[in-house]
Design a protein around this ligand. Structure first.
Ligand code: FAD
Length: 508
Protein backbone atom coordinates (compact mmCIF):
# COMPACT_ATOMS: atom_id res chain seq x y z
CA UNK A 1 0.00 0.00 0.00
CA UNK A 2 1.06 3.57 -0.63
CA UNK A 3 2.24 5.32 2.50
CA UNK A 4 3.38 8.58 0.97
CA UNK A 5 0.90 11.36 0.29
CA UNK A 6 -0.32 11.74 -3.26
CA UNK A 7 2.30 13.28 -5.46
CA UNK A 8 1.38 15.48 -8.35
CA UNK A 9 1.36 14.02 -11.85
CA UNK A 10 4.69 14.33 -13.69
CA UNK A 11 3.08 13.23 -16.93
CA UNK A 12 -0.37 13.88 -18.36
CA UNK A 13 -2.89 11.50 -16.70
CA UNK A 14 -3.71 8.51 -18.85
CA UNK A 15 -7.26 7.90 -19.96
CA UNK A 16 -6.88 4.33 -18.74
CA UNK A 17 -4.28 2.42 -16.75
CA UNK A 18 -4.58 -1.37 -17.03
CA UNK A 19 -3.04 -3.48 -14.27
CA UNK A 20 -1.68 -6.69 -15.77
CA UNK A 21 -0.86 -7.64 -19.36
CA UNK A 22 -2.78 -10.92 -19.42
CA UNK A 23 -4.98 -11.61 -22.44
CA UNK A 24 -7.87 -9.86 -20.67
CA UNK A 25 -5.93 -6.65 -19.97
CA UNK A 26 -4.23 -6.49 -23.37
CA UNK A 27 -7.49 -7.14 -25.23
CA UNK A 28 -9.28 -4.42 -23.25
CA UNK A 29 -6.36 -1.99 -23.55
CA UNK A 30 -6.12 -2.40 -27.31
CA UNK A 31 -9.90 -2.05 -27.70
CA UNK A 32 -10.00 1.21 -25.69
CA UNK A 33 -6.94 2.57 -27.53
CA UNK A 34 -9.02 2.32 -30.73
CA UNK A 35 -10.94 5.40 -29.58
CA UNK A 36 -7.82 7.59 -29.56
CA UNK A 37 -7.48 7.17 -25.82
CA UNK A 38 -4.11 7.07 -24.03
CA UNK A 39 -3.80 3.67 -22.45
CA UNK A 40 -0.95 2.44 -20.25
CA UNK A 41 -0.67 -1.25 -19.36
CA UNK A 42 1.52 -2.03 -16.33
CA UNK A 43 2.85 -5.57 -16.12
CA UNK A 44 4.80 -7.09 -13.24
CA UNK A 45 6.57 -9.74 -15.34
CA UNK A 46 9.34 -9.23 -17.90
CA UNK A 47 7.04 -10.74 -20.56
CA UNK A 48 3.36 -10.13 -21.35
CA UNK A 49 0.63 -12.79 -21.41
CA UNK A 50 0.59 -14.18 -17.85
CA UNK A 51 -1.03 -17.63 -18.03
CA UNK A 52 -1.02 -17.49 -21.84
CA UNK A 53 2.59 -16.78 -22.64
CA UNK A 54 5.92 -18.42 -23.51
CA UNK A 55 9.41 -17.99 -22.12
CA UNK A 56 12.91 -18.83 -23.33
CA UNK A 57 15.15 -21.21 -21.37
CA UNK A 58 18.35 -22.96 -22.49
CA UNK A 59 17.59 -22.34 -26.15
CA UNK A 60 13.99 -23.66 -25.95
CA UNK A 61 10.71 -21.78 -25.86
CA UNK A 62 8.38 -23.16 -23.20
CA UNK A 63 4.69 -22.35 -22.76
CA UNK A 64 3.77 -20.74 -19.43
CA UNK A 65 0.27 -22.27 -19.21
CA UNK A 66 -2.30 -22.31 -22.01
CA UNK A 67 -1.46 -24.47 -25.02
CA UNK A 68 -4.81 -25.01 -26.76
CA UNK A 69 -6.42 -22.14 -28.59
CA UNK A 70 -9.94 -21.73 -29.92
CA UNK A 71 -12.26 -18.75 -30.21
CA UNK A 72 -11.74 -17.69 -33.84
CA UNK A 73 -15.04 -19.13 -35.15
CA UNK A 74 -18.20 -17.12 -35.78
CA UNK A 75 -19.47 -15.16 -32.73
CA UNK A 76 -16.38 -16.18 -30.77
CA UNK A 77 -14.25 -13.67 -28.86
CA UNK A 78 -10.96 -13.85 -30.75
CA UNK A 79 -12.80 -13.37 -34.00
CA UNK A 80 -14.61 -10.34 -32.53
CA UNK A 81 -11.23 -8.97 -31.41
CA UNK A 82 -9.61 -9.60 -34.77
CA UNK A 83 -12.48 -7.89 -36.59
CA UNK A 84 -12.41 -4.88 -34.27
CA UNK A 85 -8.63 -4.46 -34.18
CA UNK A 86 -7.85 -5.78 -37.63
CA UNK A 87 -4.86 -7.88 -36.60
CA UNK A 88 -3.75 -11.16 -38.02
CA UNK A 89 -1.81 -13.93 -36.35
CA UNK A 90 0.04 -16.90 -37.83
CA UNK A 91 -1.80 -20.01 -36.69
CA UNK A 92 -2.18 -23.60 -37.80
CA UNK A 93 -5.47 -25.48 -37.46
CA UNK A 94 -5.34 -28.83 -35.67
CA UNK A 95 -7.72 -31.71 -36.39
CA UNK A 96 -8.09 -33.83 -34.38
CA UNK A 97 -7.01 -31.29 -31.86
CA UNK A 98 -6.85 -33.70 -28.96
CA UNK A 99 -6.54 -37.31 -27.95
CA UNK A 100 -7.68 -38.61 -24.57
CA UNK A 101 -5.99 -41.69 -23.10
CA UNK A 102 -8.17 -43.59 -20.66
CA UNK A 103 -8.21 -47.22 -19.46
CA UNK A 104 -5.92 -48.31 -22.29
CA UNK A 105 -8.06 -46.59 -24.93
CA UNK A 106 -6.97 -43.85 -27.31
CA UNK A 107 -10.00 -41.58 -27.76
CA UNK A 108 -9.59 -39.12 -30.63
CA UNK A 109 -11.53 -35.86 -30.47
CA UNK A 110 -12.13 -34.73 -34.07
CA UNK A 111 -13.63 -31.38 -34.97
CA UNK A 112 -16.54 -32.89 -36.90
CA UNK A 113 -19.43 -33.31 -34.46
CA UNK A 114 -20.88 -36.44 -36.13
CA UNK A 115 -17.45 -38.10 -36.16
CA UNK A 116 -17.05 -37.28 -32.46
CA UNK A 117 -20.53 -38.64 -31.65
CA UNK A 118 -19.69 -41.90 -33.33
CA UNK A 119 -16.39 -42.20 -31.37
CA UNK A 120 -18.19 -41.42 -28.10
CA UNK A 121 -20.80 -44.07 -28.85
CA UNK A 122 -18.19 -46.70 -29.72
CA UNK A 123 -16.13 -45.89 -26.65
CA UNK A 124 -18.78 -45.51 -23.95
CA UNK A 125 -21.81 -47.42 -25.29
CA UNK A 126 -25.41 -46.32 -24.59
CA UNK A 127 -25.49 -45.12 -28.20
CA UNK A 128 -29.03 -43.70 -28.30
CA UNK A 129 -28.81 -42.02 -24.91
CA UNK A 130 -25.44 -40.52 -25.72
CA UNK A 131 -26.71 -39.24 -29.05
CA UNK A 132 -29.43 -37.23 -27.30
CA UNK A 133 -26.99 -35.99 -24.65
CA UNK A 134 -24.32 -34.86 -27.09
CA UNK A 135 -26.79 -33.26 -29.52
CA UNK A 136 -28.21 -31.23 -26.64
CA UNK A 137 -24.69 -30.22 -25.54
CA UNK A 138 -23.82 -29.14 -29.08
CA UNK A 139 -27.07 -27.17 -29.50
CA UNK A 140 -26.53 -25.37 -26.20
CA UNK A 141 -22.88 -24.71 -26.98
CA UNK A 142 -23.86 -22.98 -30.22
CA UNK A 143 -26.49 -20.90 -28.42
CA UNK A 144 -24.08 -19.93 -25.62
CA UNK A 145 -21.41 -18.70 -28.05
CA UNK A 146 -23.98 -16.78 -30.10
CA UNK A 147 -25.48 -15.13 -27.01
CA UNK A 148 -22.15 -14.43 -25.25
CA UNK A 149 -20.67 -12.67 -28.27
CA UNK A 150 -23.65 -10.36 -28.73
CA UNK A 151 -24.31 -9.44 -25.09
CA UNK A 152 -21.55 -7.01 -24.31
CA UNK A 153 -23.62 -5.47 -21.51
CA UNK A 154 -23.75 -8.63 -19.43
CA UNK A 155 -24.12 -8.74 -16.47
CA UNK A 156 -26.62 -5.85 -16.69
CA UNK A 157 -26.17 -2.95 -14.30
CA UNK A 158 -29.07 -0.68 -15.26
CA UNK A 159 -32.54 -0.63 -16.80
CA UNK A 160 -30.88 0.55 -20.02
CA UNK A 161 -28.69 -2.56 -20.02
CA UNK A 162 -31.69 -4.80 -19.41
CA UNK A 163 -33.59 -3.19 -22.28
CA UNK A 164 -30.54 -3.60 -24.50
CA UNK A 165 -30.25 -7.26 -23.59
CA UNK A 166 -33.98 -7.69 -24.24
CA UNK A 167 -33.56 -6.34 -27.76
CA UNK A 168 -30.36 -8.29 -28.47
CA UNK A 169 -31.71 -11.68 -27.51
CA UNK A 170 -34.09 -14.18 -28.98
CA UNK A 171 -36.85 -14.94 -26.42
CA UNK A 172 -36.83 -18.56 -27.66
CA UNK A 173 -33.40 -19.02 -26.08
CA UNK A 174 -34.90 -18.60 -22.61
CA UNK A 175 -35.79 -22.29 -22.68
CA UNK A 176 -32.09 -23.11 -22.25
CA UNK A 177 -31.80 -21.02 -19.10
CA UNK A 178 -32.89 -23.93 -16.91
CA UNK A 179 -29.57 -25.64 -17.69
CA UNK A 180 -27.78 -22.97 -15.68
CA UNK A 181 -29.35 -24.61 -12.63
CA UNK A 182 -28.80 -28.27 -13.55
CA UNK A 183 -25.42 -29.93 -13.20
CA UNK A 184 -23.96 -32.08 -15.96
CA UNK A 185 -24.58 -35.08 -13.71
CA UNK A 186 -28.27 -34.20 -13.43
CA UNK A 187 -28.57 -33.94 -17.21
CA UNK A 188 -26.70 -37.24 -17.65
CA UNK A 189 -29.12 -38.91 -15.23
CA UNK A 190 -32.10 -37.47 -17.10
CA UNK A 191 -30.68 -39.06 -20.23
CA UNK A 192 -30.33 -42.42 -18.48
CA UNK A 193 -26.53 -42.10 -18.42
CA UNK A 194 -26.15 -41.80 -14.63
CA UNK A 195 -24.79 -45.36 -14.39
CA UNK A 196 -22.29 -44.98 -17.22
CA UNK A 197 -19.29 -44.62 -14.92
CA UNK A 198 -16.65 -44.56 -17.67
CA UNK A 199 -18.44 -41.72 -19.49
CA UNK A 200 -18.76 -39.80 -16.23
CA UNK A 201 -15.05 -40.17 -15.43
CA UNK A 202 -14.21 -39.00 -18.94
CA UNK A 203 -16.52 -35.98 -18.65
CA UNK A 204 -15.18 -35.13 -15.18
CA UNK A 205 -11.63 -34.83 -16.44
CA UNK A 206 -12.63 -32.98 -19.60
CA UNK A 207 -14.53 -30.49 -17.46
CA UNK A 208 -11.61 -30.06 -15.07
CA UNK A 209 -9.49 -28.61 -17.88
CA UNK A 210 -12.19 -26.26 -19.10
CA UNK A 211 -14.58 -25.45 -16.23
CA UNK A 212 -12.30 -26.25 -13.26
CA UNK A 213 -14.89 -28.60 -11.80
CA UNK A 214 -16.49 -32.01 -12.24
CA UNK A 215 -19.85 -33.14 -13.66
CA UNK A 216 -21.59 -33.17 -10.29
CA UNK A 217 -20.87 -29.46 -9.81
CA UNK A 218 -20.64 -27.80 -13.22
CA UNK A 219 -23.87 -26.27 -14.59
CA UNK A 220 -24.74 -27.86 -17.93
CA UNK A 221 -25.32 -24.51 -19.64
CA UNK A 222 -21.65 -23.59 -19.21
CA UNK A 223 -20.34 -27.14 -19.43
CA UNK A 224 -21.79 -27.58 -22.92
CA UNK A 225 -19.31 -25.24 -24.68
CA UNK A 226 -16.53 -26.78 -22.60
CA UNK A 227 -17.49 -30.32 -23.64
CA UNK A 228 -17.73 -29.25 -27.29
CA UNK A 229 -14.42 -27.32 -27.15
CA UNK A 230 -12.80 -29.61 -29.71
CA UNK A 231 -15.73 -29.32 -32.14
CA UNK A 232 -14.65 -25.77 -32.94
CA UNK A 233 -11.53 -24.71 -34.82
CA UNK A 234 -8.50 -25.30 -32.59
CA UNK A 235 -5.14 -23.75 -33.42
CA UNK A 236 -1.44 -24.07 -32.78
CA UNK A 237 0.62 -20.87 -32.66
CA UNK A 238 4.10 -21.36 -34.16
CA UNK A 239 6.73 -19.93 -31.83
CA UNK A 240 4.45 -20.32 -28.82
CA UNK A 241 1.33 -18.85 -27.26
CA UNK A 242 3.15 -15.57 -26.61
CA UNK A 243 2.30 -14.71 -30.23
CA UNK A 244 -1.20 -13.81 -29.04
CA UNK A 245 -0.26 -11.30 -26.30
CA UNK A 246 2.41 -9.93 -28.65
CA UNK A 247 -0.19 -9.39 -31.39
CA UNK A 248 -2.43 -7.54 -28.92
CA UNK A 249 0.53 -5.49 -27.70
CA UNK A 250 1.31 -4.46 -31.30
CA UNK A 251 -2.29 -3.24 -31.66
CA UNK A 252 -1.93 -1.22 -28.49
CA UNK A 253 1.39 0.33 -29.51
CA UNK A 254 0.26 1.01 -33.06
CA UNK A 255 -2.53 3.15 -31.60
CA UNK A 256 -0.07 5.21 -29.56
CA UNK A 257 -0.59 3.46 -26.24
CA UNK A 258 2.00 1.74 -24.07
CA UNK A 259 2.94 -1.40 -22.20
CA UNK A 260 5.52 -1.08 -19.42
CA UNK A 261 7.04 -4.34 -18.22
CA UNK A 262 8.56 -5.13 -14.78
CA UNK A 263 6.16 -2.68 -13.16
CA UNK A 264 4.26 -4.39 -10.38
CA UNK A 265 1.39 -2.30 -9.04
CA UNK A 266 1.50 -2.07 -5.26
CA UNK A 267 -1.28 0.44 -4.62
CA UNK A 268 -4.32 1.97 -6.29
CA UNK A 269 -6.19 4.82 -4.74
CA UNK A 270 -8.59 7.48 -5.86
CA UNK A 271 -7.73 11.08 -5.06
CA UNK A 272 -10.29 13.62 -3.96
CA UNK A 273 -10.48 15.06 -7.49
CA UNK A 274 -11.46 11.60 -8.77
CA UNK A 275 -8.14 10.95 -10.49
CA UNK A 276 -6.66 7.50 -9.81
CA UNK A 277 -3.15 7.27 -8.41
CA UNK A 278 -1.32 4.03 -9.10
CA UNK A 279 2.03 3.18 -7.54
CA UNK A 280 4.44 0.46 -8.65
CA UNK A 281 7.13 -1.51 -6.83
CA UNK A 282 9.82 0.82 -8.18
CA UNK A 283 8.24 3.83 -6.49
CA UNK A 284 6.78 5.28 -9.71
CA UNK A 285 3.38 6.96 -9.69
CA UNK A 286 0.91 6.95 -12.57
CA UNK A 287 -2.33 8.90 -12.86
CA UNK A 288 -5.43 7.94 -14.78
CA UNK A 289 -9.08 8.80 -15.21
CA UNK A 290 -10.00 5.11 -15.29
CA UNK A 291 -8.37 1.95 -13.96
CA UNK A 292 -8.88 -1.60 -15.21
CA UNK A 293 -7.69 -4.48 -13.07
CA UNK A 294 -6.68 -7.65 -14.96
CA UNK A 295 -5.51 -9.38 -11.79
CA UNK A 296 -7.46 -12.03 -9.86
CA UNK A 297 -10.02 -10.99 -7.29
CA UNK A 298 -7.88 -12.58 -4.55
CA UNK A 299 -5.07 -10.07 -5.23
CA UNK A 300 -7.22 -6.96 -5.04
CA UNK A 301 -7.59 -6.37 -1.28
CA UNK A 302 -3.78 -6.18 -0.99
CA UNK A 303 -3.43 -3.16 -3.28
CA UNK A 304 -6.66 -1.21 -2.74
CA UNK A 305 -8.02 0.93 0.05
CA UNK A 306 -11.26 2.44 1.39
CA UNK A 307 -14.53 1.50 -0.29
CA UNK A 308 -12.77 -0.40 -3.08
CA UNK A 309 -10.85 -2.55 -0.60
CA UNK A 310 -13.99 -3.30 1.42
CA UNK A 311 -15.80 -4.37 -1.74
CA UNK A 312 -12.82 -6.47 -2.88
CA UNK A 313 -12.73 -8.23 0.49
CA UNK A 314 -16.43 -9.07 0.15
CA UNK A 315 -15.84 -10.43 -3.34
CA UNK A 316 -13.01 -12.63 -2.04
CA UNK A 317 -15.36 -14.06 0.58
CA UNK A 318 -17.81 -15.01 -2.19
CA UNK A 319 -15.10 -17.03 -3.92
CA UNK A 320 -13.03 -18.75 -1.26
CA UNK A 321 -11.95 -21.71 -3.46
CA UNK A 322 -9.32 -21.71 -6.15
CA UNK A 323 -7.05 -24.29 -7.68
CA UNK A 324 -3.44 -24.21 -8.74
CA UNK A 325 -1.28 -25.96 -11.29
CA UNK A 326 1.88 -28.04 -11.48
CA UNK A 327 3.45 -27.59 -14.90
CA UNK A 328 6.48 -28.92 -16.71
CA UNK A 329 8.38 -28.04 -19.85
CA UNK A 330 10.23 -31.04 -21.27
CA UNK A 331 12.53 -30.95 -24.30
CA UNK A 332 12.91 -34.41 -25.85
CA UNK A 333 14.40 -36.14 -28.86
CA UNK A 334 11.72 -36.41 -31.52
CA UNK A 335 11.04 -40.11 -32.08
CA UNK A 336 7.26 -39.74 -32.22
CA UNK A 337 4.99 -41.05 -34.94
CA UNK A 338 4.25 -38.55 -37.70
CA UNK A 339 0.48 -38.30 -37.16
CA UNK A 340 0.56 -37.94 -33.38
CA UNK A 341 -1.92 -35.21 -32.38
CA UNK A 342 -0.37 -32.30 -30.50
CA UNK A 343 -2.64 -32.33 -27.43
CA UNK A 344 -3.12 -35.29 -25.07
CA UNK A 345 -5.17 -35.67 -21.95
CA UNK A 346 -4.14 -38.70 -19.94
CA UNK A 347 -6.76 -39.85 -17.44
CA UNK A 348 -5.25 -41.93 -14.63
CA UNK A 349 -6.61 -45.37 -13.73
CA UNK A 350 -9.56 -45.21 -11.32
CA UNK A 351 -8.47 -44.44 -7.75
CA UNK A 352 -5.04 -43.08 -8.73
CA UNK A 353 -4.02 -39.46 -8.20
CA UNK A 354 -0.83 -37.47 -8.59
CA UNK A 355 0.97 -37.00 -5.29
CA UNK A 356 0.67 -33.58 -3.62
CA UNK A 357 -1.74 -32.43 -6.35
CA UNK A 358 -4.73 -34.80 -6.01
CA UNK A 359 -5.22 -34.56 -9.77
CA UNK A 360 -6.66 -37.48 -11.73
CA UNK A 361 -5.33 -36.50 -15.15
CA UNK A 362 -2.51 -34.65 -16.85
CA UNK A 363 -2.50 -32.59 -20.03
CA UNK A 364 0.42 -32.85 -22.44
CA UNK A 365 0.96 -30.59 -25.47
CA UNK A 366 3.68 -31.01 -28.07
CA UNK A 367 5.40 -28.29 -30.03
CA UNK A 368 4.67 -28.82 -33.71
CA UNK A 369 7.29 -30.81 -35.56
CA UNK A 370 9.48 -28.33 -37.43
CA UNK A 371 8.62 -25.37 -35.19
CA UNK A 372 12.26 -24.40 -35.00
CA UNK A 373 11.47 -21.22 -33.12
CA UNK A 374 10.77 -23.42 -30.09
CA UNK A 375 13.44 -26.11 -30.44
CA UNK A 376 15.99 -27.47 -32.93
CA UNK A 377 14.92 -29.91 -35.63
CA UNK A 378 14.93 -33.45 -34.27
CA UNK A 379 13.58 -32.33 -30.89
CA UNK A 380 10.16 -31.42 -29.51
CA UNK A 381 9.06 -29.41 -26.51
CA UNK A 382 6.33 -30.88 -24.31
CA UNK A 383 4.20 -28.66 -22.06
CA UNK A 384 2.60 -30.63 -19.24
CA UNK A 385 0.07 -29.40 -16.72
CA UNK A 386 -2.01 -30.87 -13.95
CA UNK A 387 -4.33 -29.43 -11.33
CA UNK A 388 -3.32 -28.80 -7.76
CA UNK A 389 -6.39 -29.09 -5.56
CA UNK A 390 -4.91 -27.13 -2.64
CA UNK A 391 -2.16 -24.84 -3.98
CA UNK A 392 -1.71 -23.29 -0.52
CA UNK A 393 -0.29 -26.63 0.74
CA UNK A 394 2.82 -26.09 -1.39
CA UNK A 395 3.64 -22.93 0.55
CA UNK A 396 3.98 -24.67 3.92
CA UNK A 397 6.57 -27.34 3.17
CA UNK A 398 9.98 -25.63 3.05
CA UNK A 399 11.88 -28.81 4.02
CA UNK A 400 10.16 -31.23 1.66
CA UNK A 401 9.46 -28.78 -1.19
CA UNK A 402 12.31 -29.91 -3.47
CA UNK A 403 11.62 -33.60 -2.83
CA UNK A 404 7.88 -33.10 -3.52
CA UNK A 405 8.64 -31.26 -6.74
CA UNK A 406 11.00 -34.04 -7.83
CA UNK A 407 8.46 -36.72 -6.93
CA UNK A 408 5.65 -35.10 -8.93
CA UNK A 409 7.99 -34.53 -11.90
CA UNK A 410 8.97 -38.21 -11.93
CA UNK A 411 5.37 -39.40 -11.61
CA UNK A 412 4.44 -37.22 -14.57
CA UNK A 413 7.32 -38.56 -16.69
CA UNK A 414 6.23 -42.14 -15.85
CA UNK A 415 2.62 -41.41 -16.81
CA UNK A 416 3.66 -39.96 -20.16
CA UNK A 417 6.01 -42.89 -20.81
CA UNK A 418 3.18 -45.36 -20.11
CA UNK A 419 0.79 -43.68 -22.53
CA UNK A 420 2.39 -41.72 -25.34
CA UNK A 421 4.21 -43.89 -27.87
CA UNK A 422 7.72 -42.64 -28.57
CA UNK A 423 8.29 -41.03 -25.17
CA UNK A 424 10.87 -42.42 -22.78
CA UNK A 425 12.78 -40.79 -19.95
CA UNK A 426 16.16 -41.37 -21.58
CA UNK A 427 15.08 -39.11 -24.50
CA UNK A 428 14.69 -36.09 -22.21
CA UNK A 429 17.22 -33.41 -23.11
CA UNK A 430 16.14 -30.71 -20.64
CA UNK A 431 13.24 -30.15 -18.28
CA UNK A 432 11.83 -27.56 -15.97
CA UNK A 433 8.97 -27.82 -13.45
CA UNK A 434 6.74 -25.18 -11.86
CA UNK A 435 4.74 -25.49 -8.63
CA UNK A 436 2.10 -23.08 -7.26
CA UNK A 437 5.04 -21.13 -5.77
CA UNK A 438 6.56 -20.72 -9.21
CA UNK A 439 3.15 -19.68 -10.51
CA UNK A 440 2.85 -17.03 -7.85
CA UNK A 441 6.30 -15.81 -8.81
CA UNK A 442 5.51 -15.79 -12.57
CA UNK A 443 2.05 -14.18 -12.45
CA UNK A 444 1.97 -12.60 -8.95
CA UNK A 445 -1.36 -14.43 -8.54
CA UNK A 446 -2.33 -15.02 -4.90
CA UNK A 447 -0.95 -18.42 -3.75
CA UNK A 448 -0.44 -19.41 -7.38
CA UNK A 449 -4.21 -19.53 -7.98
CA UNK A 450 -4.83 -20.16 -11.67
CA UNK A 451 -7.70 -21.08 -13.93
CA UNK A 452 -10.29 -18.72 -12.50
CA UNK A 453 -13.26 -19.49 -10.27
CA UNK A 454 -14.36 -23.14 -10.31
CA UNK A 455 -17.84 -23.36 -11.81
CA UNK A 456 -20.69 -24.71 -9.73
CA UNK A 457 -24.43 -24.21 -9.49
CA UNK A 458 -24.00 -21.55 -6.78
CA UNK A 459 -21.07 -19.83 -8.48
CA UNK A 460 -22.09 -20.17 -12.09
CA UNK A 461 -21.07 -17.69 -14.76
CA UNK A 462 -24.35 -15.87 -14.18
CA UNK A 463 -23.37 -15.02 -10.63
CA UNK A 464 -19.84 -13.87 -11.45
CA UNK A 465 -19.27 -10.16 -11.06
CA UNK A 466 -18.86 -8.24 -14.27
CA UNK A 467 -16.56 -5.47 -15.41
CA UNK A 468 -18.15 -2.78 -13.24
CA UNK A 469 -17.36 -2.10 -9.58
CA UNK A 470 -19.24 0.02 -7.03
CA UNK A 471 -16.49 2.66 -7.35
CA UNK A 472 -16.98 4.64 -10.57
CA UNK A 473 -13.88 4.61 -12.75
CA UNK A 474 -12.64 1.24 -11.50
CA UNK A 475 -13.22 -1.80 -13.73
CA UNK A 476 -12.18 -5.44 -13.84
CA UNK A 477 -11.51 -8.18 -16.37
CA UNK A 478 -9.67 -11.52 -16.34
CA UNK A 479 -10.53 -15.05 -15.36
CA UNK A 480 -12.22 -14.21 -12.04
CA UNK A 481 -14.72 -11.88 -13.77
CA UNK A 482 -17.62 -12.80 -16.11
CA UNK A 483 -17.32 -14.73 -18.43
CA UNK A 484 -14.12 -16.01 -16.81
CA UNK A 485 -11.93 -18.88 -17.73
CA UNK A 486 -9.80 -19.76 -20.68
CA UNK A 487 -8.28 -17.56 -23.35
CA UNK A 488 -11.59 -17.03 -25.23
CA UNK A 489 -13.36 -16.26 -21.92
CA UNK A 490 -10.89 -13.63 -20.77
CA UNK A 491 -10.71 -12.12 -24.26
CA UNK A 492 -14.48 -11.65 -24.16
CA UNK A 493 -14.21 -10.20 -20.65
CA UNK A 494 -11.66 -7.72 -22.01
CA UNK A 495 -14.00 -6.72 -24.86
CA UNK A 496 -16.88 -6.25 -22.39
CA UNK A 497 -14.73 -4.14 -20.02
CA UNK A 498 -13.51 -2.00 -22.94
CA UNK A 499 -17.10 -1.40 -24.04
CA UNK A 500 -18.09 -0.34 -20.51
CA UNK A 501 -15.10 2.01 -20.28
CA UNK A 502 -15.69 3.48 -23.73
CA UNK A 503 -19.33 4.21 -22.94
CA UNK A 504 -18.34 5.91 -19.68
CA UNK A 505 -15.60 7.94 -21.40
CA UNK A 506 -18.02 9.06 -24.06
CA UNK A 507 -20.75 9.86 -21.52
CA UNK A 508 -23.24 7.36 -22.94
C1 FAD B 1 -1.46 -24.45 -16.69
C2 FAD B 1 -2.56 -23.74 -17.41
C3 FAD B 1 -3.01 -24.25 -18.62
C4 FAD B 1 -4.03 -23.58 -19.30
N1 FAD B 1 -4.44 -24.07 -20.50
C5 FAD B 1 -5.32 -23.36 -21.23
C6 FAD B 1 -5.58 -23.73 -22.56
O1 FAD B 1 -5.00 -24.70 -23.07
N2 FAD B 1 -6.46 -22.97 -23.27
C7 FAD B 1 -7.09 -21.88 -22.73
O2 FAD B 1 -7.88 -21.23 -23.42
N3 FAD B 1 -6.83 -21.50 -21.47
C8 FAD B 1 -5.95 -22.21 -20.72
N4 FAD B 1 -5.63 -21.79 -19.47
C9 FAD B 1 -6.35 -20.65 -18.90
C10 FAD B 1 -5.86 -19.33 -19.48
O3 FAD B 1 -4.48 -19.37 -19.68
C11 FAD B 1 -6.21 -18.22 -18.52
O4 FAD B 1 -7.59 -18.29 -18.19
C12 FAD B 1 -5.96 -16.84 -19.08
O5 FAD B 1 -4.74 -16.76 -19.77
C13 FAD B 1 -5.98 -15.85 -17.92
O6 FAD B 1 -5.82 -14.56 -18.41
P1 FAD B 1 -6.02 -13.30 -17.48
O7 FAD B 1 -5.94 -12.13 -18.37
O8 FAD B 1 -7.24 -13.44 -16.66
O9 FAD B 1 -4.88 -13.33 -16.39
P2 FAD B 1 -3.33 -13.65 -16.33
O10 FAD B 1 -2.90 -14.45 -17.48
O11 FAD B 1 -3.07 -14.16 -14.97
O12 FAD B 1 -2.67 -12.21 -16.48
C14 FAD B 1 -2.59 -11.31 -15.41
C15 FAD B 1 -1.31 -10.51 -15.59
O13 FAD B 1 -1.24 -9.56 -14.54
C16 FAD B 1 0.10 -9.48 -14.08
N5 FAD B 1 0.04 -8.97 -12.71
C17 FAD B 1 -0.41 -9.60 -11.60
N6 FAD B 1 -0.35 -8.77 -10.54
C18 FAD B 1 0.14 -7.60 -11.01
C19 FAD B 1 0.42 -6.35 -10.40
N7 FAD B 1 0.20 -6.14 -9.10
N8 FAD B 1 0.91 -5.36 -11.17
C20 FAD B 1 1.13 -5.53 -12.50
N9 FAD B 1 0.90 -6.70 -13.11
C21 FAD B 1 0.39 -7.72 -12.38
C22 FAD B 1 0.62 -10.89 -14.19
O14 FAD B 1 2.03 -10.93 -14.24
C23 FAD B 1 -0.06 -11.36 -15.48
O15 FAD B 1 0.76 -11.13 -16.60
C24 FAD B 1 -4.62 -22.42 -18.76
C25 FAD B 1 -4.15 -21.90 -17.54
C26 FAD B 1 -3.12 -22.54 -16.88
C27 FAD B 1 -2.61 -21.96 -15.61
Amino acid sequence: MSTTPSSSPTEEPFDLVVIGAGIGGLAAGAMVARYKKRVLVLEANYLPGGCCSSYPRKGYIFESGATTLMGFDEHQPLQLLQKALGFSIVKKELDPSMVVWMDGKKILKPKDFEAWLSIAQQTFGDAEKQEKFWRLAWKISEVVWRIAGSNLRFPPSSIKDLLYLGIQNNPADIRYLKYAFQSVETVLKKHGLGQNKALMRFLDEQLMITAQNTSSETPFLFAAPALCYTNYSNYYLPGGMISLPKALYRELRWRGSQLRLRKKVTSIRQQKDGLWEIQDNKGNYYYAHHVLSNIPVWNLPGITEGKLKRWAEKEVKRYPRFRGAFTMGIAVEDTFEADLPLHHQIILPEGETISHCRAKSIFVSFSDRGDTIRCPLGQRVLSVSTHVEFPEDWFNVPESYDAQKQQVSEEIQDIIARHIPGFSKDKIVYQIAATPLSWQHWTSRHLGSVGGIPQDIKNSLFTLSGALSPVPGFYRCGDTVYPGQGVPGVALGGIIAAERIRRKMEGE
